[in-house]
Ligand binder design. Structure first.
Ligand code: HEM
Length: 416
């Protein structure tokens, strides 16, 4: 039954604790080579060892929301909200409303309605916890994973705005339809309105990475293919090594989870647009049109940092983005990138475009992976054209096992 089915009267109970979509139900989302398929009726399975929305084939739209706890919250009220979120998310990802619409004429409808006719559109809902959730307000200090220690101020972090950074809880909603992603976040925020308040929200209008080998590599707003060298869903052993938290964790509740770094990176687009193409390619170390390395070959040819031009210079500049971000320059460290292009319109002080990359990266340990790479990128030639303006770290718990499971159930110690 889709959202319209609910409207015509055959609905089930609201988004209470006991409500959930059938495990594994919905049309299974097959990996296909065709990016142009109509995805409106396709859904991503909700239950599994890992939350969907991480290595899931990257969808085209993002709505990311960060929340703070209200002062009155207790562990119990938080847990009820997380259980209601799980129940609601299991319905949303199948294209269903979060509750009946017309059962109580004197009450607002349980679902806000803007996605009634749209279908699941490969919606994924991914929930994470920020470091501040584990401060002394709820007494959860002993549940804090050491890997969730804040990253602190990194070398390039001179322009971070704290009002659009951090938060106690986050929701990442990704979908092929932007309105489906917005609807998910809006309705979950509504369900949680007595427990959390929105701290900041970011929309992404186009994917700037690829998470499967079957996807075409998209382009970021600097016009370059982005996501060529990324961890892909077809490499489960690589994901086990670099993305999923394993036995090394000091908090067993995070096993099967992952750590997410979100960074809003403003691009100085007008300056970039007046830079020579040869300099743009030097900065990335790749050819703009094809995405091929400057050392030669096609898009997916390995980078070769030893190849020199006739003047004896390496063809891939030593300060190029790909050289400094490459595993060979970072003790082998890899990350799963899942960023989105964004725009906030214009910067009214300067009349320039306020746009860039909402960078997202998943990994086993952000201190050893993201921060290591980012610190190495302190020398990046690209830095002249970008400024990070928000930075956050999230612990994303493992997937929900079955109906009746919810985000953080093990962490919060629910005994039923
Ligand atoms: C606005 C900021 C950024 C832009 C426009 C950008 C763009 C790109 C592009 C065009 C590539 C080459 C294509 C590819 O292999 O995907 C690339 C690769 C890469 N980027 Fe970025 N990037 C940005 C920020 C970052 C940040 C903050 C990090 C991590 C700290 C990062 C990590 C990487 C990694 C690991 C690679 C792959 C390197 C390799 O193994 O070849 N990027 N990026």
């Amino acid at each position: 039954m889709n959202r319209r089915g609910f409207l015509t009267g055959a609905g089930i109970a609201g988004a209470g604790l006991a409500v959930g979509g059938a495990a594994g139900a919905g049309i299974t989302y097959a990996l296909t080579a065709d990016d142009s398929l109509d995805t409106a009726d396709q859904s991503v399975p909700f239950y599994g060892p890992h939350q969907a929305g991480i290595i899931t084939r990257q969808q085209n739209s993002l709505v990311f929301a960060a929340f703070d706890l209200k002062d009155t919250v207790t562990v119990d009220t938080l847990e009820v909200m997380l259980a209601r979120w799980a129940a609601a998310a299991s319905l949303l990802v199948e294209g269903k409303p979060v509750g009946p619409v017309e059962s109580r004429p004197q009450s607002p409808p349980a679902d806000t309605g803007e996605a009634f006719d749209l279908g699941p559109n490969l919606l994924t809902v991914t929930v994470g916890f920020g470091p501040t959730l584990f401060d002394d307000r709820l007494g959860l200090q002993s549940k804090m994973p050491s890997a969730l220690k804040p990253l602190g101020q990194l070398a390039v972090d001179t322009t971070i705005d704290p009002t659009i950074s951090g938060g106690d809880i986050c929701i990442q909603a990704c979908s092929e339809d932007p309105q489906v992603a917005f609807h998910a976040v809006r309705n979950l925020a509504r369900i949680g309105r007595n427990v959390v308040t929105l701290r900041w929200l970011q929309e992404g209008f186009g994917r700037a990475s690829a998470t499967t080998t079957s996807q075409v590599t998209p382009r970021n707003l600097l016009g370059f293919k982005d996501g060529t060298a990324n961890i892909k869903a077809e490499e489960p052993a690589v994901a086990d090594e670099w993305v999923w938290v394993g036995d090394e964790t000091d908090q067993a509740w995070m096993t099967g989870g992952s750590y997410l770094v979100t960074r809003k990176i403003r691009m100085h687009i007008e300056a970039w647009d007046s830079d020579d193409i040869s300099d743009q390619e030097r900065i990335f170390g790749r050819i703009k049109d094809s995405g091929a390395p400057l050392s030669g070959g096609e898009e997916f040819t390995d980078l070769d940092f030893a190849v020199k031009d006739s003047s004896g210079q390496t063809k891939i500049d030593r300060f190029s983005h790909v050289r400094l971000a490459h595993p060979d320059s970072n003790g082998g460290a890899q990350i799963l990138r899942r960023g989105y292009n964004y725009t906030d319109g214009i910067d009214t002080r300067t009349g320039t475009l306020a746009a860039g990359l909402f960078f997202m990266a998943y990994q086993k340990n952000a201190h050893d992976q993201f921060a290591r790479i980012q610190n190495n990128l302190a020398q990046d030639a690209l830095n002249e054209y970008i400024s990070p303006i928000s930075s956050s770290l999230w612990a994303v718990p493992p997937g929900l096992k079955e109906i009746g499971d919810w985000y953080g159930k093990t962490m919060l110690g629910y005994r039923g």
